[in-house]
Design a protein around this ligand. Sequence first.
Ligand code: FES
Length: 207
Amino acid sequence: MAESSAWVYSDTVKEHFLHPRNILRDDEDFAADGSGTVGSVQCGDEMLVLIKVADGRIADCRWRTYGCASAIASTSALSEMAKGMTLGEAARITPKQIMAYLGGLPEAKVHCSVLGDKALRAAIDDYAARNGVTLGKEKRPPVIICDCTAASDQDIMQAARDGAVTWGELQQKTKIGTGCGKCKERAMEALDEAIFEIHHETMKIHE
Ligand code: FES
């Protein structure tokens, strides 16, 4: 792909970046039923997603991010997609669906959409924990992170549970990145998120 075309945004991305939907205003008192925050140290992004739930569906949501144009557009799109969905449906929104909704993202920015769906899941998990609701996480479809080896986010999560922290340890446990190697950045972000999620679970157990 030519360097210049790698940074072309679709009209939908531009529209959501310039006019983001459901953004949390500073003066807004949004009484959330669930709250989720995720961040990526490498990217400098941080995302907060808040949800209101009625009859098992996402009745409303708000979000805030310190991320880039893609992060803003992808979270705006995600917030529109999630409204009206059941909690299970919303928890299964994939980065691929967000990208399809946006008409694509520059390849270098794809990882930004991953944070949005993770933040939404964290908000749903928070709602579930507050209300004693059990969600079937295992029913989420795996998201392929490495096209060469077909390693998915679930493989990375398992590797993290098995103690992988570094790229070398992740490769040893999953064989990820042993082809063209272009998935390294996204895989390491997925590993960071998996470690964050495991840490979050551990905190809940000790609360
Ligand atoms: S996409 Fe992972 S090694 Fe090629």
